[in-house]
Design a protein around this ligand. Sequence first.
Ligand code: SF4
Ligand code: SF4
Length: 226
Amino acid sequence: MLKVSLHNSVVLKSFIFQISLSQIEVANTCYTHNAYPNIQYLSPSPLSSLHLPSPYPLSISYLRSVDELLKKYLERGKNNKKENKKLLLSWAKRKDLDQLFHAKHEELFEEADCLKCANCCKTTSPIFRDVDIDRIASHLRMKPSEFTSKNLHIDEDGDWVLNSSPCLFLDEDNYCKIYEVRPKACREYPHTDRKNMSQIMDLTFRNTTVCPAVAEMVERIKREIV
Ligand code: SF4
Ligand code: SF4
């Protein structure tokens, strides 16, 4: 049961939400990319029809469900493309960049449920290194050369990538069919908990238009430092 107190009905500035623990189910690990525990919010919010002005932080409290929230995060990432590109490149000089991203990464992947999204698996390809190809081919009882000729090609950067999207290993419930042996790039996606974030600001910018969690990390960092 969700209890809502509205403290300022004119400007909708201050909501206090009390979410009872019975409403939250702690589910298993993410079966697409990362190994964070998922939290699924089970009851729809009575405020789901509210349209909030853009400067307000989006939160689970305002929206119907985690998947709706993720869609909003991504939409905002795409709308803020121009501003984000400039900003992220300028952040590359910050000494506290790892700290900022790592904290927001933890926060977001506690909230986000990748099984409700899978946008990375649906729209982009991981890089398959030789060790990934060997491991996956062996799992599928194929020769590595058979696996690559059927499913992969070399892109303009010289990397093995999928021939098409969505990924052939994504099932209809957004689970990865080869989770245990998936490529390293999938395990590490969206790379926002790695060291030396300053080296991948361009990639992180591109991921603001693919991964709702990254889009929202950037928004939260902006609110903290800008
Ligand atoms: S795009 Fe981001 S939030 Fe969506 S499944 Fe991939 S890692 Fe998770
Ligand atoms: S192998 Fe495919 S389905 Fe599995 S995590 Fe990677 S991109 Fe997603």
